[in-house]
Design a protein around this ligand. Sequence first.
Ligand code: COA
Length: 288
Amino acid sequence: MASLDKSFVTDSVWKPDLFKGKVVFVTGGAGTICRVQTEAMVLLGADAVILGRNVAKTEKAAAEIASLRPGAKVLGLGNVDVREIDSLAQAVATTVSKLGRIDFVIAGAAGNFLSDFNHLSSNAFKSVISIDLLGSFNTVKACFSELRKNKGAVIFVSATLHYYGVPFQSHVGAAKAGVDALSNALAVELGPLGIRCNCIAPGGIEGTEGMSRLMPETGHGASKVPLARWGTTRDISEATVYLFSPAASYVTGSIQVVDGGFWHIGNFMGDLYPLVILNQNSVENLKL
Ligand code: COA
């Protein structure tokens, strides 16, 4: 996995102690993108808590992130399911008791798989909506008193696939459209309390599960990306640091797309469309 190292502090445009004394709370923080977002925040002085369902994976990731900066405190709280508000409330209480506060929240936990409509069960659709959308709501809800007290900021990890119709992603597209709407509404509602809410919408990011498992093999590689390469986890981290930094103190309700301009091309499936759809949905294969 492409992790950050100390060179991020010396080689980036950011000040080394930008987030000193601050605490970031990250759901999905043991996953590829959110982990590297956390690494950037920790390298620039923040303490962190990462949350996930898998205890061993989450604790191991937390220890590795903590090793990036001497003195960094990083908690790994496993067995937390963002679909359960009580589970998050408990994680917030633990964070405040061990790290003292929460200033920043990354709502990054997500579930995804490719499924055509014919084979997507009602429960599968509900699962993804519950993790991505209800989970994002629950995360901010659980952190609200800390965000209010510290005039904090939230980043929702969204996507670009709901800007147009992406086959086999109706569940995720619907969930992420909801996440964008949630972020916009909370930006307006919580702005007067001093809380900023923004989304980051990553495109294809190298080395992620999303890229290996979900991106169709169209054969064109990155040649159709306007900036002529796939994204990196560092690209997402740079946007994260910007949105949490004082440089973005007048930025709320925005959706920062970090995709090299790819979604504007709109030809996600290349030449695979529509044959791949017709094969999945053949009449021999009909399913309730
Ligand atoms: N295709 C179609 N349906 C699928 C599926 C797939 N690949 N994977 C799961 N489902 C369905 C299940 O069959 C089930 O529906 P059913 O009850 O009608 O059979 C439903 O989704 C819930 O499955 P379950 O295993 O109970 O899900 P969960 O709630 O524990 O897990 C998921 C959530 C389904 C999103 C699972 O893929 C997950 O946990 N992913 C986490 C990792 C991840 O997706 N990260 C995102 C990287 S981009």
